[in-house]
Design a protein around this ligand. Structure first.
Ligand SMILES: Nc1ncnc2c1ncn2[C@@H]1O[C@H](COP(=O)(O)OP(=O)(O)OP(=O)(O)O)[C@@H](O)[C@H]1O
Ligand SMILES: Nc1ncnc2c1ncn2[C@@H]1O[C@H](COP(=O)(O)OP(=O)(O)OP(=O)(O)O)[C@@H](O)[C@H]1O
Ligand SMILES: [Mg+2]
Ligand SMILES: [Mg+2]
Lengths: 256, 256
């Protein structure tokens, strides 16, 4: 049974999609069967992997409503061991529409259960909110990976995120753990990055990944070509960082 | 009657809060009576202006539910002509709780109507979503200011944002216009910024502000001190840019 990891943080623009796309690509490069689930109506993970046109109704919204089995909407990507469950704008209404549905917190968990055994890692890219979509991701997951930008506002959101994590753990998913806190967009030239990183390490201690993702324009360029960083520029700092992160995640999986 | 401007974009981390805080501070520095409304449960505009502890129930959530008049929760700031309507984490539940309330799209508009005449500019900082809070902001506003990061993923979200803008304009607020599109975190050393900026200008033409906000670490440091950039480092590129933006907004207001 593979490990399901939600990539979540309600603070916007902290590197959730960049981490979900590139970590899943690096796990696939290590020949781990990997599935990336795009649970954000912005569908950035979907375009970040080069998928631009979807067939009508062939995306996650229809699987959440159990209208289409996930096995039918899974797409191949440019990497042999990486598959994608795409998202689309229709998902925008889901946060409100799913409120009335029975067992609304478990919709993703039930949609994923028929395919879980096919993958060693399943990553879920979450939208910037603590609404029903993110709650569904946390209920369906074994652990949550928290990207944290080394900026002041990013620190402020931590306690809300941990409240939601605790609430979901107690009410819906006792097994849920923290996979790790990932420092992103770290700029070694600024004091701001150093100060915020120190504070995050004081707060989360050994839960902070050893790998730190540096600010690197190549990471920002890659989505424009629909490629993860290892296919766009393998020699870049960003690619090396996400390859190291994948090693850490694989090591952690072996230990658990 | 003052001008009400929503600062909105569902893409996360594009500079909504940074623009709302610093534009409102610069308008206040030009001695325009200005009100900043924090409509984001993350309450980043609130802390960005140095407000850390709120009295019990003295924030926007209670005004949306018409339990407390906005006049009672407005707070002074370090700038004489700038006032703040603070936010708090309680607002997280609002997107769902307000669905059942009659006239749910007009809650902010009605809450603001008793104080509109007191201010020349009212800015509303929106959360990274197109849910009921952002819809409330658009219904209450004369115009929307759209911060756009010069990054690839930021381009992708434009059409959803314009769809919501059109929908709100037709259904709830015919007067709603686009105040302008603001290019943020522009890094002149990278092709990525130039390419994305060119594409945004092709798409939005004269709606793009002449002022471009450069990437500047001082803008990221200022919130840690609870100060807008003009009080933290007036000589910085970021401060000069937001002062120029305030001039443009004041000019536009005179013309309309
Ligand atoms: N390490 C990095 N170096 C440089 N740019 C980065 C890095 N990580 C992410 N970016 C860029 O920063 C922007 C924000 O990242 P991303 O979209 O991954 O964040 P997010 O948390 O998924 O945002 P949202 O909250 O909207 O879902 C994107 O344009 C991305 O390309
Ligand atoms: N021009 C700039 N130069 C450098 N850093 C910036 C700039 N503008 C914003 N930032 C920083 O980038 C981060 C994102 O900006 P901000 O929080 O204002 O975006 P937002 O759109 O309000 O995010 P959210 O979607 O979470 O509400 C913050 O840490 C902020 O300090
Ligand atoms: Mg994202
Ligand atoms: Mg914000």
């Amino acid at each position: 049974m593979g490990r399901v990891i939600a990539v979540a943080n309600q603070k916007g623009g902290v590197g959730k999609t960049t981490s979900a796309v590139n970590l899943s690509a690096c796990l696939a490069a290590a020949e781990k069967e990997t599935l990336l689930v795009d649970l954000d109506p912005q569908a950035n993970s979907t375009s970040g992997l080069g998928i631009s046109h979807l067939q009508e109704n062939m995306h996650i919204y229809y699987s959440l409503l159990a209208l289409k089995p996930i096995g039918e909407i899974v797409l191949p990507t440019k990497l042999k061991f990486l598959k994608l469950v795409p998202s689309a704008r229709d998902l925008i209404g889901a946060e409100v529409e799913l409120i009335e549905v029975k067992g609304r917190e478990y919709l993703l968990k039930s949609a994923l259960s028929p395919v879980r055994h096919l993958f060693e890692f399943i990553l879920i890219d979450c939208p910037p909110s603590l609404g029903l979509l993110t709650v569904n991701a946390l209920v369906a997951s074994d652990s949550v990976l928290i990207p944290l930008q080394c900026e002041y506002y990013a620190l402020e959101g931590i306690s809300s995120l941990l409240d939601t994590y605790q609430r979901v753990k107690q009410a819906f998913n006792q097994e849920l753990e923290i996979e790790g806190v990932l420092l992103t967009m770290y700029d070694e030239r600024t004091n701001l990055s150093k100060q915020v990183a120190d504070e995050i390490r004081r707060y989360f201690k050994e839960k902070v990944f050893n790998t730190v993702i540096p600010r690197s324009v190549r990471l920002g360029e890659a989505p424009g070509f629909g490629k993860p960083i290892i296919l766009y520029d393998l020699s870049s700092k960003g690619a090396q960082a996400y390859l190291n992160l994948a090693k850490e995640v694989i090591e952690n999986e072996k230990k658990s």
